[in-house]
Design a protein around this ligand. Structure first.
Ligand code: MEV
Length: 357
């Protein structure tokens, strides 16, 4: 989607077809440690989206999600099925029954890849139902509803995924606190490479917990060191110092290796990106599989992308996080608490190109 705006979240009016979407996300620094109260930084991947479409249908509420082989009336899904749960939670919150409608879910975001596919699908559903009934919901409310479903997916999530996706802007996040916006001094050019190996967030987060319980002092120290990298990275981002940010990302990858959440395939991709000229690279998300994220100079993007593919990446996406000058015009519109139907984010942050693979 390049320099253009990304789609409005919601289109359609009550009683006709309503469509809503939500972006993917990538964690720039701080995963895992964020579960233990340390800060983390995440950005939206606005070019990769999940879409929820509600079409009038002679009841009862029916859900189609071909990617996960769901094609059933809501009442036939177990109540703790993630798709059913977000529908019930939203209906309860807005005090309306699930409408006589067909809900169809489509998504460009690969499942189990650390790119927030589950949270994006839930967010799109909340937005679609709220728009169907004309009930405005703000990002903190959407984020809180989606968090409940994230708990089914992940057990003890920090809340960073639902937050960055519901706000769809770069965030500095500490568990249990409202997110802080992240000033971006100069546009960041990122490559996200999918290893093609699923990342099982619940299992990896559980493993880290077991290690932390077995060796609390060692893991607390590792989390503290991650927090130092995150705070230094935040400053580097604000100052537009991509080289310093790259060094922090490299250091964060080493700490994630020490935590035991990397994998040979991730180390290989990280190494390939660095050798091809990336300013920094690290695994992103829970690890063991999933993605790596590389920070590049714009001029090096193509060669680093090629190197990632040669090293075995199943997909590579490019995304730009707009710096303040680029974002300024549109950031005036970006008021975090405005109701979703009254707002259209203009692709100022997390502006992403469409998948290039
Ligand atoms: C998953 O995207 C990020 C983790 O830090 C888990 C969480 O924050 O809930 C691994």
């Amino acid at each position: 989607m390049g320099a253009g705006r990304h789609p409005d979240y919601v289109s359609g009016v009550k009683g006709t077809v309503v469509q809503a979407s939500a972006s993917g996300k990538v964690i720039l620094l701080g995963e895992h440690a964020v579960v233990y109260g340390r800060p983390a930084i995440a950005v939206p991947l606005s070019g990769l989206r999940a879409t929820a479409t509600l079409t009038p249908h002679p009841g009862p509420f029916h859900i189609q999600a071909p990617a996960v082989e769901v094609d059933a009336p809501l009442s036939e899904l177990p109540p703790d099925h993630p798709l059913a749960r977000i529908v019930y939670l939203t209906a309860e919150h807005i005090r309306r029954p699930p409408p006589d409608a067909l809900l169809r879910i489509e998504s460009d975001i690969p499942v189990a890849s650390g790119l927030g596919s589950g949270a994006a699908v839930s967010t799109a559903i909340v937005r679609a139902l709220a728009a169907w009934y004309g009930v405005p919901l703000d990002p903190p409310t959407i984020s809180a509803l989606v968090y409940e479903v994230e708990r089914i997916h992940h057990g003890t999530p920090s809340g960073i995924d639902n937050t960055v996706i519901a706000y769809e802007r770069p965030v500095h996040f500490i568990r249990g606190r409202p997110p802080e916006p992240l000033p971006v001094g100069a546009t960041l050019h990122l490559l996200v490479a999918d290893s093609g190996i699923p990342s099982q967030t619940r299992e990896v987060v559980g493993d880290v917990r077991r290690h932390w319980e077995a060796e609390p002092a060692r893991y607390e120290k590792l989390f503290d060191r991650v927090a130092e990298e995150v705070e230094a990275a935040r400053q580097a981002i604000a100052q537009g110092d991509a080289r310093a940010l790259g060094r922090r990302m490299d250091a964060n990858h080493e700490l994630l290796r020490e935590m035991g959440v990397s994998a040979p395939v991730l180390d290989r991709l990280v190494e390939a990106a660095r050798r091809a000229g990336a300013l920094g690279a690290k695994l992103s998300g829970a690890g063991r599989g999933g993605n790596v994220v590389a920070l590049v100079e714009e001029s090096a993007a193509e060669s680093v992308e090629g190197a990632l593919r040669t090293a075995g990446a199943a997909h590579v996406w490019r995304t730009d996080i707009a710096g303040e000058d680029d974002a300024k015009a549109a950031s005036d519109e970006l008021i975090m608490t405005l109701p979703v139907r009254e707002r259209s984010l203009r692709g100022t942050m997390g502006r992403s190109n469409l998948p290039s693979a």
